[in-house]
Write a protein that binds this ligand. Structure first.
Ligand code: ZN
Ligand code: ZN
Ligand code: ZN
Length: 377
């Protein structure tokens, strides 16, 4: 698999490159190198991943020096529709045997350089040997571009939320006693695509004891009547913007009283976090709002991860809703709110909605019932 491409319009890409340049200058670095991954897709519409052959966009802080796109000649053939000329990006194709790392650095003014998250160690070390000795992370620069979504990006994330809600609304078609998690999961994966996603990026069906392992995916465990089942699913729309939503279901009958009361505390925790969201509140404050409710219910030790993560072209991106993150929320930021409770080896539950920060609160992109829905069977 090589560098894949998607589309982006020229004014959007030009605007993003200009902002990146300004932020690079403000960060005091001479250039930023962006490797294949969602940062590159965001900037110029080139998708795909990082490989042993170097592909990179190099954007200097100095507006007198044009950005360059270093790309193996064999990959460039597939990028004919990317309007590099209109973007005023100089393309530097290279062939095996040439020093691509030196090519990426040619013509750059000296000074510290920043590298995007998906730049592999393989390339970082070779870039260092080619002269980029003062290496910095690019994420503090790039997150300023990507964290606050535009109305167009919010519309995509809203559509992604509606698409994954349609999958959750159909869960009773597949989740039944006597079926394995894997059987249920493959039906859900097909529905994720049917409902408008480009792919089912992840499907978690954590039944009974497996629900106590938050990143459990699928197993051959047979679902039983009385199981509590965590279903956490999502994927990208064709635009690349992702969905991610969790609901917890009770199979066949209403849950035992202890399960129901713990679940009620989880619902209250989720609601408290959503209620805490508004501009100026810190990410840490939102995590604390969720955690406080579960601590007061005596369930603090059963909430074993952060409250949420940003979402956009990546399922997990800035801002992270976690203790210690004092970043203030701003309108247009989008992230998950997903407190959990786990009882090791017994059962678990999670409720996850994507929310966007509005001028005075939060808009939810997931709107399915948040109760412990009983699936007949
Ligand atoms: Zn996760
Ligand atoms: Zn999730
Ligand atoms: Zn999530």
């Amino acid at each position: 698999m090589g560098v894949l491409s998607s589309t982006i319009d020229v004014p959007t890409a030009r605007g993003r490159l200009a902002r990146l340049r300004g932020l690079t200058e403000a960060a005091g670095v001479s250039a930023v190198l962006v490797s294949p991954g969602s940062d590159l897709r965001y900037l110029i519409g080139v998708g795909g991943g990082s490989f042993e052959r170097l592909t990179a966009l190099v954007v200097p802080a100095d507006p007198a020096v044009a950005p360059c796109f270093v790309v193996p000649k064999l990959e460039y053939a597939g990028l004919g529709h990317i309007p590099f000329d209109d973007l005023e990006v100089e393309v530097r194709p290279w062939v095996d045997g040439e020093d691509a790392h030196a090519l990426a650095l040619a013509g750059l003014p000296p000074g510290p350089m920043a590298f995007s998250d998906t730049t592999t160690a393989l390339h970082l070390f070779q870039l260092r040997d080619a002269g980029a000795t003062d290496q910095r992370p690019a994420w503090p620069i790039v997150r300023e571009l990507r964290m606050r979504k535009t109305p167009e990006e919010l519309a995509e994330l809203r559509a992604a939320g509606a698409a994954i809600d349609r999958v959750h609304s159909r869960i009773a078609e597949w989740l039944r006693p006597g079926r394995t998690e894997r059987e249920v999961g493959s039906d859900i994966a097909a529905a994720i695509v049917e409902e408008g996603h480009a792919a089912a990026e992840f499907v978690i069906v954590g039944s009974g004891p497996n629900g106590s392992s938050p990143h459990h995916a699928l197993s051959d465990r047979v679902i039983e009547r009385g199981d509590v089942v965590v279903v956490d699913i999502g994927g990208p729309l064709p635009s690349g913007y992702c969905s991610d939503s969790t609901r917890t279901y009770a199979v066949g009958r209403a849950p035992e009283p202890d399960v129901a009361s713990a679940y009620a505390a989880l619902q209250a925790s989720h609601q408290a976090a959503v209620d805490a969201v508004r501009p100026g509140v810190t990410c840490q404050d939102v995590d604390r709002a969720a955690r406080r409710v579960l601590v007061e219910a005596g369930l603090g030790d059963h909430f074993i991860h952060r409250t949420g993560h940003g979402i956009g072209l990546d399922v997990h991106e800035e801002p992270y809703i976690v203790e210690g993150n004092v970043l203030p929320l701003e309108s247009g930021m989008t992230f998950s709110i997903e407190p959990c409770i786990v009882f090791q080896g017994r059962w678990g539950a999670r409720i996850e909605d994507i929310v966007a920060v509005t001028a005075d609160g939060a808009e939810r992109f997931n709107n399915r019932p948040r109760d412990l829905v009983v699936i007949p069977g």
